[in-house]
Design a binder for this molecule. Structure first.
Ligand code: SF4
Length: 328
């Protein structure tokens, strides 16, 4: 894309939120010279957000391991031996202990994840009790429980759930290389039920799984062409876990990761873009570039479900160094 043609595309992106991004346009953004791409992403970021604020979420695994799905990146899948034993659903009291700790550490949102293909109605009852109790602490709530029916989404909404996380993971074309126990359309259906129930959508993907740039373009195109952009877009760098099929995947270069963040910011200007998994192995400089490219949310706390995450002190130091503060 020439700069002149590109200017009009990006300017239109500056003026309104679009849902008709083509893969060609998204590919042209990826191809921009790095300083140009970051400048555009940062310009759009400033139009919609305070660039010094970062939203802070904490993620707790309320039911770990033994999942019947075969997501190739996931140590919780029962298909792989990654040393994550199957656990039971946590008790309400145990969840509340963690939620109080997250709140006092500065989190504004508490996300609860369960390793299910889809929740049984009896389990959903318990999760709804958790959502109600966590909300009473003054925290926003998010859950990620697998595929939902429309009725289950409405039930979660009635319990007060603010966000539901359900990632598209990658491009439609590459999806079958990563997961065979469900299809892309299943994901889109759950997203529709969640949106129809009036719950905010948290939906993003993972890079570094062996996909090509064309797949990363396809993933962003799928997210940016949803009828309503997800309020929250987590962009994960693959955390390579021994025992999973992707354990030996060569790492994706940091600049390509930053580019993916920048393109997500430009194409979904009102969404909070979350720098999610993979931060533990990321340098401070790469994370700083991600914030410059428009990332404005992180998971806070030493664990992300079952994989590592930077210790809270390390994040506090980094935010201080960069002059960033938690978003209210
Ligand atoms: S990512 Fe979720 S659905 Fe996939 S195996 Fe892990 S816990 Fe199960």
């Amino acid at each position: 894309m020439s700069l002149a043609a590109d200017d009009s595309a990006v300017l239109s992106g500056l003026c309104h939120v679009r849902h008709d991004w083509t893969r060609t346009e998204i590919g042209a953004l990826f191809d921009l010279p790095f300083p140009e791409l970051l400048f555009r992403a940062q310009s759009i970021h400033r139009r919609y957000f305070d660039p010094t604020e970062v939203q802070i979420s904490t993620l707790l695994s309320i039911k770990t391991g033994g999942c019947p799905e075969d997501c190739a990146y996931c140590p919780q899948s029962a298909h792989y031996d990654a040393g994550v034993p199957a656990g039971r659903l946590m008790t309400l009291d145990a969840v509340l202990v963690e939620a109080r700790a997250a709140k006092s550490a500065g989190a504004s949102r508490f996300c609860m994840g369960a390793a299910w293909r889809s929740p049984k109605d009896r389990d959903l009852e318990h999760v709804c009790e958790m959502v109600e109790a966590v909300k009473e602490l003054g925290l926003e709530t998010c859950a990620t429980l697998g595929m939902l029916t429309a009725a289950q989404a409405r039930k979660l909404k009635r319990s007060g759930l603010d966000y539901y996380n359900h990632n598209l993971d990658t491009s439609p074309e590459f999806y079958g290389e990563i997961i065979t126990t469900r299809v892309y359309q299943d994901r889109l259906e759950t997203l529709e039920y969640v949106r129809d129930a009036g719950i905010h959508v948290c939906c993003g993907g993972i890079v570094g799984m062996g996909e090509t740039r064309v797949d990363r373009i396809g993933m962003i195109a799928a997210l940016a062409s949803l009828p309503v952009h997800p309020e929250s877009v987590p962009i994960n760098m693959l955390a390579r876990v021994a025992g999973t099929p992707l354990a030996d995947q060569p790492p994706l270069g940091p600049f390509e990761f930053v580019r993916t963040i920048a393109v997500a910011r430009i194409t979904m200007p009102r969404s909070v873009v979350r720098l999610s998994a993979g931060r533990e192995d990321m340098s401070e400089e790469t994370q700083a570039l991600c914030f410059l490219a428009g990332a404005n949310s992180i998971f806070y706390g030493p664990k992300l479900l079952t994989t590592g995450n930077p210790e809270r002190d390390r994040d506090r130091v980094l935010m201080d160094k960069l002059g960033l503060s938690p978003m209210e």
